[in-house]
Design a protein. Sequence first.
Length: 95
Amino acid sequence: MTILSLSAEISVPKHVLVRAFQNESVLLNLDSECYHGLDDVGSRMWEAVTQSKTIKDAYDMLLSEFEVDPGTLKKDLTEFIERLVQRGLLEIHER
């Protein structure tokens, strides 16, 4: 895994479709034709990441919402983002 900069910006590629169902989400990579499911926590992380300008903004938003150790959140969030980047569901733009 690479180490992400918290100042990095994230975008959703045009070949990714997202549908929310109650507290869960389904992501479809049209290029690979693979579906990916997110549970309620993953769905909230997705929302925070895709609605924020930077990873740090998403991290701050999630830290204010959940009772979690800051180091644990940083590790979990960066691993989440890295997995989605590897699957072609997110793109990273370093500043």
